[in-house]
Ligand binder design. Structure first.
Ligand SMILES: [Zn+2]
Length: 328
């Protein structure tokens, strides 16, 4: 099943009302800001998975008189155009007052929803996270507002700080919207906006599944170093979702390169962060994104969070990196 994915969350210390003060910001190397992935041309590499969006829509068949003229199968509707493509540096520099969709120039199957604040990102994405990956939320039912607020409170977070960024397959988000309709859950305007982006992504490329990532603007609880770490972490998931050779490599390393103890350490850490430990792909995808693409010790430190030595972390990093898309 592909109902995983994840996210990285603010460390508790950085959340408002946290018991301990946030650690001081770490210097972020300018060099890393130019670290663009070389586009490997996701086209032709990523496998099929999307299917025909309009064939999978829910709903009753309209009466015959209302049906549009039959379209010959050889002439599908013209593909839709997606939003502009941004390099990694351009995404980081982007400042928007409204939620904004863009695509990553290095791999245009990766969509980034840039939110002006953690608050708006949370309002748009938390209900989806609850269905798709949260340990203490149901996998088969979309939560209403009250139940969602309860799940967030139970994690000791707020709607703004439950997540720092999100990442999902477009097909999994489409499943969320179908389930929400079945469960008669009223979605808010931001969730409706996300739905429009997901439907657009599935029209832009009907044969392949897109990755939908989200990042927050610099602001309360997010400094520039955090925005960089969140973006880089989520782009790692974007590669995993859209480059099957990379996903297969990560799964192989998770299953054969990590020892049983190392997998247990990682599961314990991710479970503590609220991820559903029962989803093997989610665990592997997170282990990859935290070890390779989370350059901010406030979010993740293998020594602090897993009790690992540098040598141990670096051995697994080297194995993961050996099958990863190239970086300059
Ligand atoms: Zn993640």
């Amino acid at each position: 099943m592909h109902d995983d994915d994840d996210t990285i969350r603010l460390p508790r210390a950085a959340a408002p009302g946290g018991a301990s003060p946030s650690p001081p910001p770490l210097p972020v190397s300018r060099r890393r800001l130019t670290g663009l992935w070389i586009g490997l041309g996701a086209a032709g590499i990523a496998g099929a998975g999307g299917g025909w969006w309009w064939l999978r829509r829910e709903g009753a068949t309209p009466p015959v008189a209302e049906l549009p003229p039959a379209r010959p199968p050889s002439e599908p509707p013209a593909p839709a155009e997606g939003p502009a493509e941004f390099s990694t540096a351009e995404i980081l520099a982007n400042r928007t007052a409204e939620p904004m969709a863009l695509r990553w120039a290095s791999n245009p199957l990766v969509w980034v929803l840039d939110f002006p604040s953690l608050e708006l990102q949370g309002r748009a994405m938390n209900r989806m996270a609850a269905l798709l990956e949260k340990a203490r939320a149901p996998r088969d039912r979309v939560l209403g507002d009250e139940a969602l607020a309860g799940a967030i409170t139970a994690d000791g977070r707020t709607a703004a700080t439950w997540y720092s960024g999100h990442n999902y397959r477009a097909s999994d988000l489409a499943r969320f919207f179908e389930q929400a309709e079945r469960d008669h859950v009223t979605l808010n305007p931001l969730e409706r906006w996300v739905q429009e982006q997901v439907e657009l992504a599935r029209r832009v490329d009907r044969s392949r599944d897109a990755a939908i990532l989200t990042i927050p603007a610099v602001g309360a609880h997010v400094d520039a170093g955090m925005r960089f770490a969140i973006l880089r972490h989520e782009l790692g998931h974007g590669q995993f979702f859209t480059l099957p050779f990379f996903a297969a490599h990560v799964m192989r390393i998770w299953e054969r390169g990590f020892s049983e103890t190392e997998r247990a350490d990682m599961r314990r850490y991710l479970g503590g962060e609220g991820y559903d430990e029962k989803q093997g792909e989610l665990m592997a995808n997170e282990a990859m994104a935290y070890l390779l693409y989370t350059p901010d010790l406030r979010f993740f430190d293998p020594a602090r969070d897993l009790g690992w030595s540098n040598e141990q972390a670096n051995r697994l990093r080297a194995m993961l990196r050996s099958g990863a898309p190239e970086e300059p």
